[in-house]
Design a protein around this ligand. Sequence first.
Ligand code: S3P
Length: 435
Amino acid sequence: MSAPWHVAPSGPLVGELAVNGDKSVSHRALLIGALTDGPVEVEGWGDSADTRATLEAVRALGVRVDDHGHGRLTVHGVGLGGLKPPVGAIDVRNAGTLMRLLSGICAMQPAGAFTLDGDASIRTRPMERVAQPLRAMGAEVETTEGRPPVTVTAGRPLAGIEHVLPVASAQVKSAILLAGLRATGPTTVVEPQATRDHTERMLRAAGARVTGSGGRVTLEPAERLRLDRIEVPGDISSAAFLIVAATLIPESRIFLRGIGMGAGRTGILDVLERMGGRVAVFNRRTTDAGEPVADLEVAHAELTASSIRGDEVPALVDELPILALAACCARGKTRVRDAGELRVKESDRLESVRDALWRIGGHIEVEDDGWFIRGVPVRLRGGTVDPHGDHRVAMLGAIAGLYSEEGVTITDPGAIDVSFPGFRALIEAATAVRR
Ligand code: S3P
C-alpha cells in the first residue's frame, strides 16, 4: 500500500502537458512485434506497470527486447510460431489486455504449455469469453472456473471461425484474430458495437490481410509479419483526465500533442462536445503503423448534462470514470446506461466510482448497468477517495481534488502506476507554479 496523496484545490491549468504512450498500442507493439520476422523499432512506448508486465512476458517467451529508455525499444521478433514455452507461469500482474491477447497468441504456437496468471484483481476477471472461441478454433484452453489462471496447451491445429461476440470487447476480438494468424482458413469476428481497432491496424501494417471494419473484421492466415517501426501515440485515456481537469477549472487552456485518435477511442470528445466542452482537434496525421493522431487544445467550459448509452459506450469505456466526474459538475441530470462491462474492469467501476464521487460530495447512484448523476455546476466538497486498487479511480480522485473546495486525499495512489506513472509529477508540476 502506498502513502496517501493529498491533492489540493488548484487554479487554472495552462500550457503544454505531455501524456505517456498509449497503453493499448504499447502492449500490441510488444506482442505483435514479438511475432514479426526481424527487429521492430518502437518509439513513444508507454512505460507503466501494465506494459512492463508485457515486456517481461515476451522476454520470458524467448524474445529479445532492447530497452533504450525514453520509450524506445527494439523488439527482436521471433516469427509467428517462434515463442518458447516459459519456465513456470507468465505473470500478467494487473494487465487484462496482456492476459487476453497472449492467450490467443499462445494458442497458435506449435508446441508447449503456457500458464497465464496475475494479481488478485486479474483472478476475478472473466476468461471464458476468450477461451470458448479459441476452443471453437481447436485450441486447448483451461480456465479456473472461468477465470485466471489459464493454461493454453499449444500445438493443436486451429481452423478459422466466424465468431459473434456477445459483448463488445477489443481484447476478445484481438485474441481471436491473433490465433487466426496460424489457423487454416479465414477468421471473422462480428461485434455488437465497433471497438478499438489497434490490432487490425498493426497487423495490416505488418502485411497481414485484414478486411472489414466497424463491427465485422476478417483476417486471413499469414505466412509472416514484417514491421520496421511502430510509433506509439499519446494515450487518450490518460489525456482524458487532463482534458476534464482543464474543462472544469476556470481560465484553463492546455495543449496535448500527438494524441491517438483511433476509431473506438474518441467517444469522450464527442460527449464533451455535446456537453458544451471546448476541445479543438488539429494537425491530424497517421503513423507508419496506421494509427491516427492529432494535437488537442482544451479550454475551460461550462458543462451541461448529456446522457450516454448504447453504441457509444465501447468508444469511451475507460473514460466513463472521469466522465462521471464531469457529469457531477455539469448542469443537469446524466444517465449512463449499457455500461455493465464496468463491473469486470480493474475494479467493479460502477461501485468504485460511485463510492469515490459520493464520498467527496457528488450526487451519484448506481443503477443496473450504469449511473444516475445529478450534476451541480460548482466545485465538489472534497474528502477521501479509496481507489479500490484501480488506477483510473485513483486519477479520478486526483482530478476531483483539483476541482474541489477542500482537496481530495487518495488513500492508495500507487495504483496509478498501472497506466500512468508520470501522472502525479505532472499534476504537481502543472499546479505548483499557478496556485
Ligand atoms: C483494451 C480493451 C478494453 C479496455 C482496456 C484495453 C484493449 O477492454 O477497457 O482498458 O487494449 O484492447 P475490453 O476489451 O474488455 O472491453
